[in-house]
Write a protein that binds this ligand. Structure first.
Ligand SMILES: Cc1cc2nc3c(=O)[nH]c(=O)nc-3n(C[C@H](O)[C@H](O)[C@H](O)COP(=O)(O)OP(=O)(O)OC[C@H]3O[C@@H](n4cnc5c(N)ncnc54)[C@H](O)[C@@H]3O)c2cc1C
Length: 315
């Protein structure tokens, strides 16, 4: 179990094929390893309905099933898995820090494996009101909406979960699904008395003054309506590397991906990246897993090299 003083050998941000394969190699090499993963139901593999081209699978399975196997394997070798969203990092020092809402984790090496399901704003007003009522992080911003009205846009299990989280703070949460059905029809979050589900509606605009005041929606018959809300949480996915939590701590290319060398090293000593978050030409489970392996072995080399020269990581 971790406490504020624990210094991990490797902190892995993201629990997809890249993160879990890194965790498996790191923990099997006896490194003290933790995976911080926003959600076991988000990420590209979690969204994959059917996968049949990952080597070793003899019958098609869902992405979630394969992800469960990856997780069990990594945890089986001793890696700690914590479902939590990383919201910030401090990577320059010898001891790196990774921040979630409630806690800071310390480590000698960090592997970034957050994939590329990030979103470029596409709804009218989404970019304009980002940080002024529009958010992509319920756990970061829910407390600002105590007793107020918010909406969550999305139909995934992640959107349902986040809407459930918001019901603990907001007076009313509208879950607006662009499809006539949610991807999960049974979930404890759907039972909250202050959750209202709107199916088959597209949000076509976010409007307000200083901050968000309302959204405009269009139903399947193209009938438009308005809904007063104070906050809009967008859980629609795109295909942009997920790097927002880095806040400039790691240099990005103009495509906002992380440039790495053949050993998955970033320019910052002790910081590695793997999988779809990197500037890769091929985005597949097998390549992400292979990157994770290389990143973990590089991290191991980095730690053992460093510790021969300097043994006390705590200072
Ligand atoms: C619909 C679809 C179908 C696909 N089909 C196939 C296929 O058939 N075969 C194939 O090989 N590939 C397929 N792919 C591609 C494959 O899924 C990806 O290349 C692979 O999952 C990338 O792995 P990853 O670990 O880099 O990222 P991901 O799988 O995206 O995992 C990233 C993880 O990081 C977590 N994360 C994100 N932000 C944070 C944060 N701030 N803090 C903590 N954790 C965070 C996410 O929750 C997620 O668990 C498909 C992709 C999609 C979208």
């Amino acid at each position: 179990m971790s406490d504020a003083e624990t210094i991990y050998d490797v902190i892995i941000i993201g629990g997809g094929p890249a993160g879990f394969s890194a965790a498996q190699y790191a923990s099997r090499a006896k490194l003290k390893t933790i995976i911080l993963d926003k959600s076991s139901t988000a990420g590209a593999l979690a969204y994959t309905g059917h996968i049949e081209n990952y080597p070793g699978i003899t019958a098609p399975m869902s992405g979630k099933e394969l992800l469960d196997i990856f997780r069990r394997q990594a945890v089986g070798f001793g890696a700690e898995y914590v479902e939590t969203q990383v919201v910030g990092v401090s990577l320059e020092g010898e001891v790196k820090e990774v921040f979630t809402m409630g806690k800071a984790y310390k480590g000698k090496a960090v592997i970034i494996a957050t994939g590329s399901m990030g979103r470029k704003p596409t709804i009218k007003g989404e970019a304009e009101f980002l940080g002024r009522g529009v958010s992509y992080c319920a756990v970061c911003d829910a407390a600002f909406y105590k007793g107020r009205t918010v909406c969550v846009i999305g139909n995934s299990e992640e959107a349902v979960k986040e809407a459930g989280y918001l019901t603990r703070f907001a007076a009313t949460v509208h879950l607006i699904s662009p499809t006539p059905k949610l991807k999960v029809e049974e979930h404890p979050a759907l039972g909250a008395a202050n959750l209202k589900v709107v199916l088959g509606a597209t949000v076509i605009g976010i409007e307000g003054g200083e901050t968000v005041e309302k959204i405009r929606t269009s139903d399947q018959d193209k009938k438009e309506s308005e809904l007063s809300v104070d906050g809009v949480f967008v859980y629609l996915h795109g295909s942009k590397p997920v790097v927002d939590f880095l806040q400039g701590a790691v240099e990005l290319t103009e495509n906002e991906c992380i440039e790495i060398n053949r050993m998955m090293e970033t320019p910052i000593p002790g910081v590695f990246a793997a999988g779809d978050v990197t500037c890769t030409e091929v985005r597949q489970v097998v390549t992400a897993a292979s990157n994770g392996c290389v990143a973990a072995l590089s991290a191991e080399k980095f730690i053992h090299h460093r510790s021969r020269r300097k043994s006390d990581w705590g200072k």
